[in-house]
Design a protein. Structure first.
Length: 254
């Protein structure tokens, strides 16, 4: 957490985060445009932000894309803001986003979180429905995980899939990806979710990339809650309290 506060203390780094908040998934060159600092200085600031886990980098061909990762800030938020305040602040944030939304453009986002648990257990939590339902508000993930096989996310013991898709890649303890088709938004484009795991000493870095999604999609906040609940469940045995009250209905990607 000290690295997060140190990274946020610099106004230039906050400006870079603001730019990623407005336009996520930018290259170094795009981030440097119009800023009163050299590309080298921008690169150094981005390295500090990545070290603090405030941004996530994803390669697309030869391009290195930078994504805002709000999870560390969310952990600070969860630590010092009371439960009764969270609901009120979240409602205001949702209202602000709704009022400011003027189009249905799509975007791809990436989040990263560090979990103090064996990589095999994290992988099991991502692929075994008996685990997912414990930290994901009763959601049961069903698949045989063979490339091309269907994936379904069911609520509790119902047969109606909240999300359906197809397995694209399955590399145990390393990389998992599948398509994402929300029952709540049948007209929305099919998106792809990718999980990547990387060992860091006694911890594991879990990175999720999801898109394309509407820019006003609630999937952003949803994934923050899911990843935080997964971390809490694996490290303490208890899921995030907020996910216990999630509605038992098809919430989809909105």
């Amino acid at each position: 957490m000290d690295d997060v506060f140190k990274a946020l203390a610099d106004p230039s780094r906050r400006a870079l985060l603001d730019r990623l908040r407005e336009h996520d998934g930018l290259t170094l060159g795009q981030l440097s445009l119009g800023l009163d600092m050299s590309r080298q200085a921008v690169s150094r600031h981005l390295a500090q932000l990545e070290a603090a886990n405030l941004i996530v980098t994803v390669w697309r061909g030869r391009e290195k894309l930078h994504h805002l990762n709000p999870i560390p800030i969310g952990e600070i938020y969860a630590r010092w803001i009371g439960q009764y305040e969270r609901h009120r602040v979240s409602a205001l944030v949702d209202l602000k986003q709704a009022l400011e939304s003027h189009d249905m453009q799509t975007e791809t986002f990436a989040y990263s979180i560090f979990i103090d648990a064996p990589i095999e257990r994290i992988w099991q939590a991502l692929t075994d429905g008996t685990f997912t339902r414990q930290f994901w508000a009763g959601r049961n993930l069903v698949s045989d995980w063979k490339p091309g096989s269907p994936v379904r996310i069911l609520i509790d013991d119902t047969e109606d899939a909240e999300v359906s898709g197809e397995v694209l890649e399955f590399k145990p303890n390393e990389r998992l990806s599948y398509t994402w088709n929300s029952a709540a938004m049948p007209d929305a484009p099919v998106s792809t979710v990718v999980f990547e795991l990387r060992s860091w000493g006694q911890s594991v870095q879990l990175t999720i990339t999801h898109g394309p999604l509407p820019v006003d999609s609630m999937a952003r906040n949803g994934w923050i809650a899911i990843l935080s609940s997964l971390k809490s469940f694996l490290e303490t045995g208890e899921p995030l309290a907020a996910t216990k009250s999630w509605p038992r209905r098809a919430t989809g990607a909105r």
